[in-house]
Design a protein around this ligand. Structure first.
Ligand SMILES: NC(=O)c1ccc[n+]([C@@H]2O[C@H](COP(=O)([O-])OP(=O)(O)OC[C@H]3O[C@@H](n4cnc5c(N)ncnc54)[C@H](OP(=O)(O)O)[C@@H]3O)[C@@H](O)[C@H]2O)c1
Length: 295
């Protein structure tokens, strides 16, 4: 397949570039393309004519979005609308990523694809608008909601991912406070990228939740990082109210990979197992094939 990737320099984009090596790839970073420039996007897509466009680019500094409403909608909504329209006109399959933050967090059990969104921040509203444009404009689309991504590259502009941040703070001897009242599913970008590679070959278009399985608070996730690596982090729980972030986050946004399950494709790891694999790969945790990894 000929696949064009937007956001190829990012956390998920770089994992997709790695995993899709057997395809004909056109990986575009922000330096190569400005996705809000409709004319440029049109020129690049129509001159390359890929089978599939995968958009991982987003404006997702969630707190900054509260103050930069125009930019949030320009990148996360209008640019996605234009991409969807161009893909639809050129017969290109459109793959787009959305977020667990489209949900309000009122539930206590995992959200499936049929549950009603109730976004509580500018970021979340702009992402929901983007996914609705994609779903309404395209007939050949995969809109994929994911949650709590971490990848080797780290999130652009956020100085690494949550795991690396925790380890850096602990190694620097810092007191660490992490919220214990937001329940999520930390999701490994590498595993998500592999699942996307599988899904886009099915022609089963639609809306998908794709995360690792299970759920935990960010505090529990940080405790697991320190527990597994043996790094002594001076960590204590805090609340979202005490933390005082500008944007509202859902108290509970665990997603059920229900549509993936219906295709028989939900073999996503439990979040703790995926974390162990990441820590082994990054050299924080040693494992030999005969050893069981400690919980
Ligand atoms: N990270 C998470 O925890 C999380 C959770 C749920 C959903 N998601 C969604 O998953 C997707 C991938 O996230 P990620 O963590 O891989 O993000 P990321 O690391 O920030 O990667 C996004 C990439 O898009 C590029 N980009 C940003 N604005 C652009 C524009 N206007 N034109 C062209 N390129 C642009 C960025 O380049 P520059 O940095 O150079 O601007 C960056 O390389 C996003 O749709 C996000 O909303 C993420």
């Amino acid at each position: 397949m000929k696949i064009l990737i937007l956001g190829a320099g990012g956390q998920l984009g770089s994992e997709l570039v790695n995993i899709l090596q057997d395809d004909t790839l056109i990986p575009l970073t922000h330096r190569d393309i400005e996705m809000t420039d409709e004319q440029q996007v049109n020129n690049i897509l129509s001159s390359n004519m890929p089978d599939v466009v995968i958009n991982t680019a987003a404006y997702h500094k969630v707190d900054d979005c509260e103050d930069n409403i125009e930019q949030s909608f320009a990148v996360n909504s209008y640019a996605v609308r234009n991409l969807a329209r161009i893909c639809s006109e050129l017969g290109i399959t459109f793959v787009h990523f959305s977020t667990d933050y489209v949900f309000g967090g009122e539930k206590k059990t995992p959200y499936n694809e049929d549950n009603c969104p109730n976004p509580g921040s500018v970021y979340a509203v702009s992402k929901l608008a983007g996914e609705l444009f994609a779903r309404n404009i395209c007939s050949k689309y995969y809109v994929i909601r994911t949650c709590g991504l971490y990848g080797a590259k780290g999130i652009s502009g956020k100085g690494g991912n949550f795991i690396e941040t925790m380890i850096k703070l602990a190694n620097g001897g810092k007191k660490i406070k992490v919220v214990s009242d937001q329940i999520v599913t930390p999701t490994c970008a590498k595993e998500l990228a592999a699942k996307v590679s599988q899904l886009i070959r099915t022609d089963k278009y639609g809306l998908y939740h794709i995360t690792n399985n299970g759920g935990c608070s960010w505090y529990e996730f940080a405790k697991a990082i320190f527990g597994l690596t043996g790094i002594a982090g001076d960590i204590s729980p805090t609340t979202s109210a005490e933390f005082g972030a500008r944007a509202r986050r859902p108290a509970y946004s665990v997603l059920e990979n229900r549509n993936l399950k219906l295709l028989g494709l939900d073999d996503m790891m439990q979040w703790r197992d995926a974390l162990k694999e990441y820590l082994i790969e990054k050299g924080y945790l040693l494992s030999s094939p005969n050893d069981s990894i400690p919980d």
